[in-house]
Design a protein around this ligand. Structure first.
Ligand SMILES: [Fe+2]
Length: 134
């Protein structure tokens, strides 16, 4: 979606969070190592559904300003999902006494919350929603 966005701050925010997400892979590998487990790829129907919905919504919009607002909205849906999942995983890791895992996942949770907050700022204070309405 960063390639379709036109608002400079939105593009920068999406690209920055993509880089963060790529670094999260390394931390997740550390989590698996600490748990003595081998990571493996798996499908996530929930996130696949959010992405499918986002692609459909973005594909229907021609107006660039409305498109930016839709990209913010759909990106926030992804962040909400990630925040929910990391919150649960941290709670479970705490219960199981995996303090190292809690620290690693809390870093991810904080990155997801910051990404969400940045998107909110772009929508509400940087004019994306206002321009979409106009
Ligand atoms: Fe994220």
């Amino acid at each position: 979606m960063s390639e379709q966005a036109t608002n400079r701050e939105l593009v920068a925010g999406l690209k920055s969070h993509l880089e963060e997400t790529e670094k999260q892979v390394g931390r997740l590998e550390q989590v698996f190592k600490k748990l003595g487990k081998e990571p493996s790829a798996t499908d996530c129907p929930a996130i696949d559904g959010i992405i499918k919905e986002a692609k459909e919504a973005v594909g229907e919009i021609d107006d660039k300003a409305v498109l930016d607002a839709a990209i913010v909205a759909n990106s926030q849906a992804v962040e909400h999902y990630e925040i929910a999942r990391y919150g649960t995983l941290i709670a479970w890791a705490e219960e199981l006494g995996h303090d190292d895992v809690v620290r690693l996942l809390t870093t991810h949770l904080n990155e997801e919350k910051a990404a969400y907050t940045n998107l909110n700022t772009i929508a509400l204070r940087k004019g994306v929603n206002r321009k979409a309405v106009a």
